[in-house]
Design a protein around this ligand. Structure first.
Ligand code: SF4
Length: 512
């Protein structure tokens, strides 16, 4: 879970208390970025972020339906808030995100003290729904079946002064059998390139040095433009990367996530030819067995995946390649699992996010008969972890002695206080803890230093900092300023059908 941080005073200049909010975020980067928008919307509506440890007047749960037991955890957390709500009728609770999109009215059946339920397609409705619930003393449930407004058109209160997410698309046209995203986020909708570049430029103008282009399947970008005036363009993602290369002051461009089935060489060429595109690629493998990939309905095969990696490495020799892997998909045999280990050994990922398969209600794979026993999945998982840890460590050891450029980060080094180090990310995404030598180096600044030691999950640079560049991002971080984006930058509307709104008095007692 990612909790909102302290940012705003909850008193107006006139001393009148304003209502405070807290957003509790679960799940993926999409949700983290959606939460920035929820915060931006609430601040635009006059609410102030609650200070750490302070009970907020409004608690918003931005939920995830992907994790196992996500619903139990949500309803447990809602139960914890029930006594507070009973003692303070002005307090409000809102539930949004993938689980809300999935459970809809059920949220109120299970937690009738909730005030607002909203879905993944209509996060812009939150302030209005809160107001309506407060005035009418009636719980509001509004779940849209299709996107109401491209989310980037909404105001966003960004968490970082130096790095920012920028959505290029929402939804997904694929049908991976383990994934709930298509059901909850809908078909892919692509944003106009001009809107994306305008948002990136606005962020850079406010000091941001790094952007991560965000989509469920960035390689499909260009085939699902919402705006009929924008022609389909299979090369749109490569063109977008190259266009980002022309934005003065933008030092680092990353993207997540590409899909191997649609990965084309023009993207590799654009990555290699665009100096501010970072030498890193996160590309989900999921399984190394062609048979399991087919059962997952992922249309590439292991050799194709490895071929992409070879071509990326040929074009960008020091690229750090990372991945996602699911162990124990239904029907996975020891031979299938061995195929995954073989691909992992050949691919030499810098790191991997590894998951033990577990049923996600609402996905086709949850209905498959040949679910594996937990012990089998757990044992395979341990073998995969052991192999990947060794590879990560070996790959990191190869970094020792290299000079790295770091974008200094806040909150990346849990032991920094104890070790008197600072932390930052290298251009290839590796985490480096470094000795700042007592210099006044701020998050958002750029340093260069030399790697002196490797661990499986991080590098250490205990030599002197070679160069230190104070940046506008560092100034902004030090001053507590965060970039603001949204208004007027996105698509005004995409002709989506109206939301199906319901109001439920009987259950209210009055979202992945
Ligand atoms: S491509 Fe990604 S988001 Fe789309 S269905 Fe597959 S796993 Fe889910």
């Amino acid at each position: 879970m990612v909790a909102a941080d302290v940012r705003a005073d909850s008193e107006t200049p006139a001393g009148v208390a304003v209502r405070t909010y807290q957003v509790r975020t679960y799940g993926c980067q999409m949700n983290v970025h959606d939460s920035e928008r929820l915060s931006g919307l609430l601040e635009a509506a006059g609410y102030a972020r609650a200070a750490d440890g302070q009970d907020a007047d409004i608690v918003v749960f931005n939920t995830c339906a992907v994790r196992e037991n996500a619903d139990n955890k949500l309803y447990g957390n809602l139960s914890h808030l029930a006594p507070r709500k009973a003692g303070d009728p002005n307090m409000q609770i809102a539930v949004g995100g993938c689980l809300a999109q999935k459970d809809r009215d059920t949220v109120l059946t299970k937690a009738p003290w909730v005030d607002v339920v909203f879905g993944t397609h209509n996060i812009g409705s939150l302030p209005v729904l809160l107001e309506r619930a407060r005035h009418q003393r009636v719980a509001q449930v509004e779940i849209a079946e299709a996107l109401q407004e491209f989310p980037s058109a909404l105001p966003a209160a960004r968490e970082s002064a130096y790095a920012a997410w920028v959505s290029i698309s929402v939804g997904c046209n694929n049908t991976c059998t383990f994934c709930i995203v298509p059901a909850l986020r809908g078909k892919e909708v692509d944003r106009r390139p001009g809107d994306i570049l305008a948002e990136v430029t606005t962020l850079v103008d406010q000091g941001v040095l790094e952007v991560t282009l965000l989509g469920q399947n960035v390689n499909a970008y260009g085939v699902s433009f919402a705006d009929p005036d924008v022609p389909r363009n299979r090369g749109a993602f490569a063109e977008l990367l190259r266009a980002c290369g022309g934005i003065a002051g933008l030092e680092r461009v990353r993207f997540t996530s590409p899909h191997p089935a649609e990965f084309t060489d023009d993207v590799i060429e654009a990555m290699a030819a665009t100096p501010n595109v970072c030498p890193t690629l996160h590309m989900p493998l999921q399984s190394g067995s062609d048979r399991i990939l087919k059962a997952m309905r992922r249309s590439y095969r292991a050799e194709k995946f490895l071929g992409i990696i070879d071509r990326v490495r040929a074009a960008i020799p020091h690229a750090a390649i990372t991945t996602d892997i699911i162990v124990g998909f239904p029907g996975e045999t020891e031979e299938d699992f061995q195929a995954t280990l073989d691909v992992v050994a050949r691919a030499r990922f810098a790191s991997a996010f590894t998951f033990q398969y577990s049923k996600r209600p609402g996905t086709p794979a949850a209905e498959l008969a040949d679910q594996l026993p937990k012990e089998v999945v757990g044992e395979r998982y341990q073998r995969l972890i052991a192999l990947q840890e060794q590879i990560s460590w070996d790959e990191n050891k190869a970094q020792v002695g290299r000079e790295v450029e770091l974008l200094v980060a806040a909150g990346e080094g849990r032991k920094d206080a104890a070790t008197a180090r600072l932390s930052g990310r290298a251009r290839d995404g590796r985490l480096v803890h470094f000795d700042a030598g007592g210099a006044d180096i701020r998050p958002g600044d750029i340093v260069t230093t030399t790697v002196t030691r490797a661990a499986p999950h991080f590098l250490v640079a205990d030599g002197p900092v070679r160069t230190h560049r104070r940046t506008r991002a560092g100034d902004a971080h030090a001053a507590g300023r965060r970039p603001v984006t949204g208004v007027g930058l996105g698509m005004p509307g995409i002709g989506a059908p109206p939301a199906t709104a319901t109001t439920d008095c009987s259950t209210s007692g009055c979202a992945l």
